[in-house]
Design a protein around this ligand. Structure first.
Ligand SMILES: Cc1cc2nc3c(=O)[nH]c(=O)nc-3n(C[C@H](O)[C@H](O)[C@H](O)COP(=O)(O)OP(=O)(O)OC[C@H]3O[C@@H](n4cnc5c(N)ncnc54)[C@H](O)[C@@H]3O)c2cc1C
Ligand code: FES
Length: 274
């Protein structure tokens, strides 16, 4: 697994494009050359709503190329609503890049990326990196309904094989992404981001078939920088991601608590004890 980033800082970015890619889903393209240059696949930023009246919110870096970094997000509450109202020319401060990100250097040649809902925002850079390394990449992408399968063509154009699913059957296979994975030839490695029930299902599949899986966990963050311990997940103490602080009396337990925002958000499925 990739190590923690030491390049995080506040970037004063400027919005160069705002586009509603689907109802309630916004793509913000930012002029942010240093952020784009420093970001690895699976990393995120804490975006600071400009009014100063709401806390920062975690968003994956969707695109990172040249001077451009972008955020792709679902408008669900106060902070994402405020961010969605930004226009080209507006300033946006973001802290990042944060988190460990996916380890795309593994040897596997035939990989599956599983994305559910907003999880798609965390996996474009990963797909691009894996494709550039000559790997076969199958993207299993699921959403509630066809309109919420956003930007799928982008992944196809990049060279991914697409397997789409919708909960209501309006596009692709009727069912969950994990249903589609279960009836497909097993990959050598899995990269995944999505809601927790989906990730648990991916972890079960990975365990049963002995496929290594990297899971980017989604959680509501407080601080997003490792200070509040409000985002912990149980992890085997033997993991290289086990935090060294605080030194707790483990009383023989092989489980520690890792902060998703700091030690993660990407963890090996077989090391999670959830
Ligand atoms: C590392 C990381 C990366 C993320 N990347 C993206 C991204 O690229 N695009 C994107 O659309 N979203 C992403 N999210 C989720 C995003 O942070 C939340 O949607 C956002 O904080 C909502 O803020 P809000 O103020 O608009 O809504 P809030 O008022 O905070 O939330 C509204 C409702 O949604 C629920 N909720 C909030 N956050 C989450 C969550 N993470 N999981 C499940 N339910 C939640 C709340 O419980 C509440 O009911 C990411 C989360 C994490 C931890
Ligand atoms: S959100 Fe504060 S430690 Fe993770």
């Amino acid at each position: 697994m990739a190590t923690l980033t030491h390049h995080a800082r506040v970037h004063a970015t400027r919005v160069i494009e705002r586009r509603e890619v689907a109802a309630g889903v916004v793509l913000l393209r930012l002029d942010a050359p240093e952020l784009a240059n420093a970001t690895r696949p699976g990393q995120y930023v804490m975006a600071i709503p400009p009014s100063g009246e709401a806390a920062a919110t975690a968003l994956a870096v969707y695109e990172a190329e040249g001077k451009l970094a972008s955020l792709l997000f679902f408008v669900i509450g106060r902070r994402t609503r405020e961010l969605s109202a930004l226009d080209p020319g507006d300033c946006l401060a973001v802290l990042g890049p944060l988190g460990n990100g996916f380890d795309c250097s593994q040897r596997a040649r035939d990989v599956a990326i599983l994305a559910g809902g907003v999880g798609i925002a965390s996996v474009l850079l990963c797909a691009q990196r894996l494709l550039a390394a000559g790997k076969r990449v199958r993207l299993f992408y699921g959403a509630k309904t066809r309109e919420l399968l956003v930007d799928a063509q982008r992944f196809a154009d990049a060279g991914c094989e697409l397997i789409l699913t919708t909960d209501d059957g309006t596009l692709g296979m009727h069912g969950r992404v994990t249903d589609a994975l279960a009836i497909s030839p097993p990959p050598e490695m899995i990269f995944s981001c999505g809601p927790t029930p989906m990730l648990r299902s991916v972890a079960r599949y990975a365990d049963e078939l002995g496929v290594p899986a990297q899971l980017a966990l989604e959680e509501t963050f407080g601080c997003g920088v490792g200070a509040c311990w409000g985002c912990v997940v149980p992890l085997t103490a033997a993991s290289s991601q086990a935090p060294g602080f605080p030194r707790e009396d483990r009383r023989g337990s092989d489980v520690v608590h890792a902060r998703i925002c700091r030690e993660g958000p990407v963890f090996w499925a077989h090391e999670l004890r959830w």
